[in-house]
Structure formats: structure tokens, C-alpha cells
Design a protein around this ligand. Sequence first.
Ligand SMILES: Nc1ncnc2c1ncn2[C@@H]1O[C@H](COP(=O)(O)O)[C@@H](OP(=O)(O)O)[C@H]1O
Ligand SMILES: [Mg+2]
Length: 258
Amino acid sequence: MTSSTPPPASDHDLAVWLAEQAGAALLEVRTQGLEGKALKDAGDLASHELLMRLLSEVRPGDAVLSEEGADDHVRLSSERVWIVDPLDGTREFSEPPRDDWAVHVALWQGGDLVAGAVAQPALGETFSTAAPRAVPERAEGPIRIAVSRSRPPEFVKALAEEVGAELVPMGSAGVKVMSVVRDLTDVYVHAGGQYEWDSAAPVVVARAAGLHTSRADGAELDYNRENPWLPDLLVARPEFAGTVAAFVTRWWDEHGQD
Ligand SMILES: Nc1ncnc2c1ncn2[C@@H]1O[C@H](COP(=O)(O)O)[C@@H](OP(=O)(O)O)[C@H]1O
Ligand SMILES: [Mg+2]
């Protein structure tokens, strides 16, 4: 969809529309000849401002939770809260032609995530609850675990050794969750730091595809809390979730939570 298309009525379709509008703006920023921090900052700002403006126009009664608006406590008494990450994988966005960066748009309503979209603009793909994907049959071979390129959890090497897995580093929480949806990997596990906007949209899209989603130790995920710090995450094909969650539980018992 392009900016000439009107905003759709349904929340599922609106999440896609918003993520794709922001994605188009980000691709345009990438053509401006900027580099490094200037490119990161210009992308963050352009996408953030566009999403805030569009949401205030099309859903004026809803609250928004994003990095810039985390302290706006109106959202804590709101029935409907859009949880957005205008540019996830900022580092990779600033390293063209990498395509492992994303726009996240999720809707939280009455206690849980209900709709969402993850756009990967440089890949030309959007994953969403509007058109949930069936996860393909698993490719044969060892378990593949998606991990952060720059800040992987301290336990991942020990986990990979124990279960005979290979690690697949890439940028963006959304891209890593979508790698499980696409059967590029089997598991994404993170610990050590993240915020609600890093995982909300990927999680609701993964749930719609039938994947397991939880904290890294298997505990329940909870969104739109006063403190949006949500430092760990596990998204996995259901058959691998128990093994990874049990490993993390044991690791945290023995080493403390990182
Ligand atoms: N230890 C940590 N503390 C805070 N945020 C973290 C983090 N590790 C990862 N993240 C955030 O999670 C997102 C995915 O990270 P990664 O690409 O390393 O997997 C990034 O979001 P942003 O790019 O929106 O800042 C990154 O900032
Ligand atoms: Mg992010």
C-alpha cells in the first residue's frame, strides 16, 4: 500500500498500513546519502513522527507506547494502546544494503496483544495478524537459534552446545522472530535487555502463526506495564520451547539472571 491509499478500518489491516507507511519513509531516508549516527537518527525520527501523526489522525482516542512516549501514563488507564517501535534494528538500518531491520506496530487491548504487523521494508515483506502465515514444515538439520548480532545472551553458547544447535546472528528482534515464522530458524532467545516495543508486534504475529511465545524461562509475557522494560524473550517452534525454557531456568538458578 502507498500513501495514496486510505487507512483501512480494521485494526489488523491498519497495523499493516501503518508499518508499511513508515517502512516507505525509512527506505526514502536511506537514499539521502547519510551515514552512521546521522542515518540512524534521521530514520528513527522520520518513522517516529510519521507513526505518531498517522495514529493521532486515524485513532485519536487510543494511547501509544513507544520509546519516546514511555512516560505518558495515560496509557495505563487506556483500554487500547498501540505499542510501536518505529525502527527496530537501528544499527543494521545504518548499514545498507542490510535488510535485517523492521517497523513494529502492535495493538494492546484490555489486557493483551490483539493485532500487529512487522514490516521488513528492505525485504519488501510485511508479516501480520491480518494475514497470518502458516509456519512451513521444518527444514532438516540441527536446531537453528537466532541471536542478537551485538548483544547475545551470555548463556547462548552453553545452550547451543547442550542441544547441538547452531547460532544464527542477525539484527532486529522483529526480524529474528520472523525468521522463526519463515523457518529460517527454529528458536529466538534473548536476555539481558529489551523493551516492550522490541517484542510486542513480533510476538502477536508469531502467536497468530502458531508459535510459542514467552519470557526466556517460559513465564508469561505481559505488556503495557508501568515500566516497559521486558528484558528477555523466547519465540520458538512449539516442539523446542520446553527444552530452551528449562535450560534458561536452570542457568538463571545457577548463575543468576543476566
Ligand atoms: N541489552 C539490551 N538492552 C537494551 N535493549 C536491547 C538490548 N539488547 C537488544 N536490545 C534492543 O532490542 C532490539 C533488537 O536488538 P538486536 O538487534 O541486538 O537483537 C534493538 O532495538 P532498537 O534497534 O529498536 O534499538 C535493541 O536496542
Ligand atoms: Mg527496537
